[in-house]
Design a protein around this ligand. Structure first.
Ligand SMILES: Nc1ncnc2c1ncn2[C@@H]1O[C@H](COP(=O)(O)OP(=O)(O)OP(=O)(O)O)[C@@H](O)[C@H]1O
Length: 221
């Protein structure tokens, strides 16, 4: 479980959020919604230990976190295949047993993410959805308990977005992976998550997704 107690964060004299309290349960699929600049990425950085709270605390058991970034374009002549790209997150080892274990882990993750038949494709020539699956596969390599999707579907077309989200939903359900989905997408929030943390007016409010409306995704004004 992730638990925020009276959590506040400022950068200099700019307050991002103040006195926030919420819980995220193990195995939950939760979205973080709110306007640009409302603090979603900042909260995720605090959860990942990359930023410190200004006041209050965030509690979480010691567990591995996987992070899937927003789609980035990759040059056509990027030199690595999909499998080689995923392997970048592996520790280099010269132990035959560990190499064998790593190979099994990679094959398992390729299979879970539907990339087995595409593993030798140069990443630069992969489609947007395939690239995003490769990022997901790389994030799964350390067998995380928490997966953070940082607007990972933003520049994909609708059908490909759904495929990626279906895959994440399957991982969430089969392996009880906690999924934290930062998004500006109303439809995906409604379809895939049951609860949201709404970032608004320098606070963060837990909400049932049925109470979410489109205007909550708007620009900070
Ligand atoms: N390292 C930093 N130093 C100073 N200000 C920062 C820093 N990181 C974030 N901020 C500011 O904190 C506020 C919250 O930013 P954050 O990136 O968390 O918002 P967000 O909700 O993720 O936005 P978006 O939806 O646009 O990605 C913004 O005003 C941003 O400029």
């Amino acid at each position: 479980m992730i638990e925020a107690n009276n959590l506040s964060k400022s950068f200099g004299n700019q307050l991002v959020f103040k006195d926030v309290n919420f819980k995220i349960n193990d195995g939950e699929f939760i979205s973080l919604v709110g306007p640009n600049g409302s603090g979603k990425t900042t909260l995720v950085k605090i959860i990942m230990g990359l930023e410190k709270p200004t006041h209050g605390s965030i509690k979480l058991a010691h567990q591995t976190i996987g992070y899937v970034p927003q789609f980035r374009n990759i040059d056509l002549d990027y030199p690595l295949s999909i499998e080689q790209f995923i392997r970048l997150n592996l520790k280099v080892t010269f132990s035959p047993q560990k190499r064998q274990d790593n190979n099994e882990l990679i094959q398992d993750i390729l299979q879970k993410t539907g990339l087995t038949n595409l593993k030798d494709r140069p990443l630069g020539l992969a489609s947007g959805g395939e690239k995003q699956k490769a990022y997901l596969a790389q994030a799964l390599l350390n067998e995380p308990k928490i997966l953070i999707l940082d607007e990972s579907t933003a520049s994909l077309d609708v059908e490909v977005k759904m495929q990626l989200m279906d895959l994440v939903q399957e991982l969430n359900q089969k392996y009880r992976l906690t999924v934290i989905f930062i998004t500006h997408d109303y439809d995906l929030t409604k379809k895939y998550t049951k609860r949201a943390l709404l970032f608004k007016n320098k606070t963060i409010e837990p909400l049932a997704v049925k109470d979410i409306s489109k205007d909550m995704f708007g620009m900070e004004g």
